[in-house]
Write a protein that binds this ligand. Structure first.
Ligand SMILES: Nc1ncnc2c1ncn2[C@@H]1O[C@H](COP(=O)(O)OP(=O)(O)OP(=O)(O)O)[C@@H](O)[C@H]1O
Ligand SMILES: [Mg+2]
Length: 368
């Protein structure tokens, strides 16, 4: 049983602060994914939990014990990196069992445990090979097995799949999740790949420039992104953003060129006149006959994605992308009408990029 509590943690290198007061509570057995672009502080946060970096300010607890001043090996964490160093002269079995050998476990017990852990990650038939005789994915599984055999209360992963090809990444992602469902160790997994994060996480932590922008289930974050930043980072193909002004009279956001997107009446009433960024996911847009749409845009080009096609349009000086499972035969420059599903419209303040909700507005207005 090991929960992780991160309280107001900061990290500076010299005079530069790179993690700015992060709060995070990971429940026992939970699988958390920290997601964010390169340089946002993901590895730094993970390495502070592992004890590989000191904490400049704040407190980290694991299993109810403050670990700020504990050595990495005293924290009960196992870490799996992108570049996992296996011992090249040892067999897979020896690599997996090495920590138990060092710990002085009798050989029979050791072999039994190695066999059981190897089976759990599908390595039974490779036990006698050396790392040089394995594929990248198999080597990654050895690295996982080597960590699992120590029975850590906490698993820390830093982009462990980045070196694998696309297909293997997806396979290993499934295996990591399957192993987690079996052993239920508290896990923190760092990645910049939003698809990887979405599929692996019980809860996602979206980071931006050393702060946490949002914490929530993948579903929650996808449907209720807290900011333009999160909305743009989560989801593929990426969300479209348009600027407009909210009109209570029209229950809509008024865009350039008489285009308008319907929004819920309560929201429109509370924000009448406000400048907004409207977010529309490509899969929430449909192409409709002329006159029935909310936006008229000119067709630019299309991309095949397999199950659906991604149609790109020009609207003012912006691109609007529409993901459609239907085949449309369009000519470059042809005007088309686009309609948004009203329940799939996201609104953010033009000023701060934070999400606008009816609830927030009600709360803001109470004290006035
Ligand atoms: N040892 C160090 N000394 C100085 N600055 C550092 C050091 N380690 C990291 N940084 C800086 O801290 C910031 C966060 O780095 P970090 O490695 O945590 O990013 P990241 O989110 O893991 O990025 P990536 O996805 O590229 O791995 C970066 O601006 C980086 O340059
Ligand atoms: Mg990193």
């Amino acid at each position: 049983m090991a929960d992780i509590q991160v309280h107001q943690v900061r990290k500076s290198y010299g005079k530069t602060e790179v993690v700015h007061g992060v709060d995070l509570a990971v429940a026992t057995g939970e699988f958390i994914v920290i997601l964010g672009p390169s340089g946002c502080g993901k590895s730094t946060l993970l390495r502070m939990i592992a004890g590989l970096e000191s904490v400049t300010a704040g407190e980290i607890s694991i299993a109810g014990r403050v670990v700020n001043d504990l050595e990495p090996h005293e924290r009960g964490c196992a870490m799996v990196f992108q570049n996992y160093a296996l011992y090249p002269h040892m067999t897979v079995a020896e690599n997996i069992g090495y920590a138990l050998k060092v710990a002085g476990l009798p050989k029979a017990d050791r072999l039994a445990k190695v066999a059981s852990v190897a089976a759990s990650v599908g390595l039974t038939e490779f036990l006698d090979r050396r790392p040089g005789q394995l594929s990248g994915g198999q080597r990654q599984r050895v690295a996982m097995a080597r960590a699992i055999i120590r029975e850590p209360a906490v698993f820390l992963f830093d982009e462990p799949l980045s070196n694998l090809d696309a297909k293997l990444r997806v396979q290993m992602r499934h295996e990591i999740r399957r192993i987690h469902n079996q052993i239920k160790a508290t896990s923190v997994f760092v990645t910049h790949d939003q698809a990887e994060g979405m599929t692996l996480a019980d809860r996602l932590v979206v980071m931006n420039k050393g702060v946490i922008e949002q914490i929530g289930t993948p579903e929650d974050i996808y449907h209720h992104p807290a900011s333009v930043y999160v909305a743009g980072f989560i989801g593929s193909p990426a969300m479209n953003f348009l600027s407009g002004q909210i009109s209570a009279q029209h229950h809509a956001v008024i865009l350039a060129n008489d285009a308008r997107i319907d929004i819920p009446a309560a929201l429109a009433a509370q924000h009448d006149g406000a400048l907004t960024q409207i977010g529309l996911r490509p899969e929430a847009l449909t192409l409709v006959p002329a006159g029935q749409g909310q936006i008229t845009a000119t067709f630019d080009f299309a991309e095949e994605t397999g199950p659906a096609k991604l149609y790109h349009f020009r609207f003012e000086d912006l691109t609007i992308s529409v993901l459609s499972p239907e085949k449309h035969d369009l000519q470059h420059g042809q005007p088309m009408a686009i309609k948004a599903q009203p329940d799939a419209v996201h609104l953010f303040t033009a000023e701060t990029g934070k999400r606008l909700t009816a609830h927030d507005v009600a709360r803001e207005r109470v004290p006035a």
